[in-house]
Design a protein around this ligand. Sequence first.
Ligand code: SF4
Ligand code: SF4
Length: 168
Amino acid sequence: MSGHSRVEVYPGCEAIVEFDESLTFECVSECTWCCQHGVLLYGEDLRELAARESLDGPLKQLKGHDFIRRESKDRDEFVDVDDQACYFLNDEGLCSLHAEHDWKPTRCSVFPLEIHVEDGEIHVSIREKAHQHCDGLDVSERKVVDHLDAFLPKLLWELDDPTSRIEL
Ligand code: SF4
Ligand code: SF4
């Protein structure tokens, strides 16, 4: 654990930072890698989504969890190797939830970070595959460690299991 720093993200909510603190991030609009996955929805996300959109189309249940499902897309450049991407990724490669409601689920904010819990504390690192696929790493002056609240919604500290290991 030496070399890892403890950052107070919100009053009383700390995270242990396990990535290089010189790392910068700025999302690159032509890149849609993180939106090619299915997104886990926490209970609060589900309620927030239901207040904005019909839940008839977008959901998929797996192993007792709710996810936003993936679907085939017309635009080849926005899809994963299986030609699919998030239900809410629109034809312009943008999140329709963000565009129309200025809101997105908790787990979408966490990308490209990864969370695990040790001794009850939230530890944050960079997803292994993000170094290959997330075009937003180290392309700006915006240091990740100085903006952790943008990646880690406060809800994460209220969850029984805030880890990023539950995936579709
Ligand atoms: S909900 Fe929006 S931000 Fe999240 S994966 Fe889907 S398109 Fe991307
Ligand atoms: S993978 Fe990174 S750069 Fe690409 S859309 Fe997601 S957050 Fe932005």
